[in-house]
Design a protein around this ligand. Structure first.
Ligand SMILES: Cc1ncc(C[n+]2csc(CCOP(=O)(O)OP(=O)(O)O)c2C)c(N)n1
Length: 368
């Protein structure tokens, strides 16, 4: 609406400004002390690293959308724009041997974990140089080398795999912690409740991370969740839980350090809800966002763009000049232009590839 308020039809019963969901505390750890990120002892080099990596995801995905519109990317494409601080702040604190798994909104996680950007783009374009040899597309980035176990399209389904990963590492005697990301919509999937129970019962070192971007496709949180503080669901499973802000990369990092350290030491699962906001449509084919949000709401959310927040932080603390920021932006643009061109030059997979990496009886030599 013109005055920036959210029309009543976008609410069910709470009536609050959807971007003002309360941040709350873990029931088990007392009051949540919000960290003041301006006081964090992060080095200028680390801030520059975060800035560059958030831009890399943002620009990479702009090119991936370009590929989709140009007909170079088939299937689905879901971008992470607005949510970058969550993956980066969190994954900056994990150990190399920690498994990571997520749903189909997976570009940011893959890039930050070190997957080659050209291989990621080639995967999105269905090329043989792709991370999954062009057979998975945007939703199925995967790299065992980086302990990144996908990239999954069945909403909520991969949470069972996440718990399986945690079971596996514990069984092997490793101190690894599994980081299992999923959306607020996925938090309603029945399988999640089954595996939360197992994780708690068996003391599995897994962190369930809800990336609550306030929407499941075009369905707002209030419409799909009877209790909108999703983290509270962990109560029923005797698990520690809390909700934090996911727009400030430094704040995410500070919480991540504390929580990951705790899970590594205790081998107890943790249920975390990170509040962020999706700037783009649900997927590249979501062309009518007016069905579920107003332009004013989006505009207001963009005032807390994670890239902007970090720029402000660096300016305020004299860590980086505007000229330097512009230089990094130009470098990232140049990098991703090349990534796009190189990925597009990668050949399509050999048709024979259709029979590799699949479990089937229907092989040509069997006469099918
Ligand atoms: C089991 C299942 N049901 C429905 C779908 C269709 N679907 C794809 S994405 C999506 C919404 C999921 O939203 P959320 O978990 O919040 O993730 P986000 O897209 O916000 O990252 C749905 C219902 C699906 N892929 N799998």
């Amino acid at each position: 609406m013109a005055d920036g308020t959210i029309p009543a039809q976008y609410h069910r019963r709470h009536g609050a400004n959807p971007q003002e969901y309360a941040l709350s505390t873990s029931s088990n750890t007392g009051k949540r002390a919000a960290p003041d990120s301006s006081d964090l002892p992060e080095s200028p080099a680390l801030l520059e690293h975060f800035y560059r990596e958030m831009l890399r995801i943002r620009v990479f995905e702009r090119f991936s959308e370009q590929a989709y519109r140009a007909g170079l990317a088939g299937g689905y494409l879901h971008v992470y724009s607005g949510m970058e601080a969550t993956a980066i702040g969190w994954l900056s604190c994990i150990e190399k041997h920690d498994p990571v798994i997520t749903a189909y909104r997976d570009h940011g996680h893959a890039l930050y974990l070190g997957c080659d950007a050209t291989a990621c783009m080639a995967e999105i374009m269905g090329r043989s140089g792709g991370l999954s040899r062009g057979k998975g597309g945007s939703m199925h980035l995967y790299s065992a080398e980086h302990n990144f176990y996908g990239g999954w399209g069945i909403v909520g389904g991969h949470t069972a795999l996440g718990v399986g990963l945690a079971f596996g590492t514990k069984y092997q005697g490793s101190d690894a912690v599994t980081h299992c990301f999923f959306g607020d919509g996925a938090a309603n999937a029945g399988v999640l409740f089954e595996v939360m129970n197992m994780a708690s019962l068996w003391d599995l070192p897994v962190i369930f991370i809800i990336e609550n971007n306030e929407f499941a496709m075009g369905t707002r949180l209030e419409y799909h969740a009877a209790e909108t503080e999703l983290h509270k669901r962990a109560e029923g499973f005797g698990m520690e839980h809390e909700r934090i802000d996911g727009m400030d990369v430094l704040e995410v990092r500070q919480h991540a350090r504390r929580i990951i350290d705790r899970v590594r030491k205790t081998s107890r699962p943790y249920f975390l809800e990170i509040m962020n906001y999706r700037f783009a449509g649900h997927g590249a084919a979501d062309n009518d966002q007016s069905l579920y949000r107003t332009p004013e709401e989006l505009e207001r959310a963009k005032k807390r763009d994670p890239i902007l927040l970090l720029e402000n932080h660096m300016r305020k603390n004299n860590v980086m000049t505007d000229e330097k920021m512009e230089a990094i932006q130009a470098e990232v643009e140049e990098e991703m232009e090349k990534v796009y061109a190189d990925a597009a030059a990668s050949p399509k997979p050999d048709p024979e590839e259709v029979y590799t990496d699949v479990y089937t009886d229907m092989l040509p030599e069997k006469g099918h």
